[in-house]
Design a protein around this ligand. Sequence first.
Ligand code: UTP
Length: 408
Amino acid sequence: MTLEQAKEKLAQYGQEHVLKYYEELADVEKQTLLEQIEATDMSILEACKHKEDLVKKGVITPLAAMQLDEIEANRDVFTRIGVEAIRAGKVGAVLLAGGMGTRLGSDNPKGMYNVGVTRELYIFECLIHNLLDVVHQCEAWVHLFVMTSDKNHDATVQFLQEHDFFGYRGEYVHFFKQEMAAATDYEGKIYLEEKGKLSTSPNGNGGWFISMQNNGLLELVHNEGIEWLNVFAVDNVLQRIADPCFVGATIQRNCVVGAKVVRKNAPDEKVGVMCLEDGRPSIVEYYELTEELMNAKDDKGDPAYNFGVILNYLFKVADLEHMMMNHMPLHIVEKKIPYLNEQGELVKPQAPNGYKFESLVLDMIHQLDSCLPFEVVRNKEFAPIKNKTGVDSVESARALLEENGVQL
Ligand code: UTP
C-alpha cells in the first residue's frame, strides 16, 4: 500500500492520526506501518459507537443439563465410548492460550505463571499433566493444538520446548497463531503502541477454528481422522481435558457440541449460563440475565438457569466446517491498552482505557444444532486463574489444587 492509499483508507475511518510520526520513521518502519494499515480491518471500529446494539438476544428458554446423578448412573457406558473414540484417534484438544491475561498482570504468557509454593508448578504443566492422565488411561496420545498470538507466540513455544512439553510427546503438540485486531480509545481511535505500529490485541478466542484453518492445521485434523476437538482455556488449572466420560456422553446423546458446566453458587454469579435462544442452544452472559430469568424455576422447582459454562467445549469438526464463521457477533471489551501519549512515550495504564474487538467461542454454540450441557463437580474441575488475589485468582486456585491433592 502506498502512503497515498493509506491516507485515503485512514480518512475513510477517521484514523489519520496514526501517521503522526510517519516522517520520523526509517524506510523499513514506514513500509511496515503501511502494511499494517493495509491489513487492519477498520470497518469494525465504528461499532463501539453503538455497542449496546451489538449483542441483541432472542427469546431465552431453559436447556436442561445432564446432571451428576445421571452421569454417575451411566459413567461406565460413557467412559467406554469415550475411551474408544480417543484410542481411535478421533479426539484432539485445543488449548486457547492467545489471550493477554491483563488481569493477572504478568508480562509472560499466562501458562508460564508459577502457581507452586515450595516447588515450581506452572499453569501449562498442570494442564499437560491433566491431559497425560487421559493418555495413560486410554494408552493413546491426543493431538494438542496450542493457540497463541503475535504477542506471546515465541515465549510460549520456547518455554514449552525448554521444559520438554512437561512430558508430552513433542510431535503431538502443534502451535498456531490467532489473528490480531486494532485496539482503540473510547472514541474508537486506534492507539499507537510504537511510533510506527498500531496498537493491536488478539481478536478473541472465537477465531480459533478459522485460525487453525488459516495455519493449515485442518489438513492434519483430516489426515489424522480427528472428529472432535475439545477446546479449553489456559487458566483453569483443574480442568479435565479430553475427558473420556464427557466425550462418550456427547457422542452417545448425538449432540454436535458438549459443554462442561458447573452448578452456579448463587443466582447472580458472574458466569454465562446455558440456555436455548429462539429454540437453539446458546449462552446468556450474566449481565444479560434479567431478574426474571435469574429467578425462573424449572418443572422440578429448581432454578431454570443454574448451570454456568467453564470454557471447556467438545465440538464436532464436521459441524464446525458448516458454520458461518463470518457471522460471529463482535464483542467490544474494555481493557488496559498500552499506548503512546501526546509526548510519544509508552504508557502502561493501571485501569482500562479503551476497547478491544473480539469474537468469542461461546457464540459458536448458537450456530450449532444440538448441545449437551454436562455437569462437573465444581471443586474438582473448576479453578480459574484470572486475578492475583480474591475471586478466581492464584490464591483460590492454589487452595483448590491442594484440596485435590496436588502438592504445591
Ligand atoms: P479471558 O477472557 O480470560 O481473556 O480468556 P484474557 O485475555 O486471557 O485475560 P484478561 O481478560 O486480559 O485478564 C479466556 C481464554 O481465552 C483465551 C485466553 O488465553 C484464555 O484461555 N483467549 C482470549 C485467546 O486465546 N485469545 C484471545 O484473543 C482472548
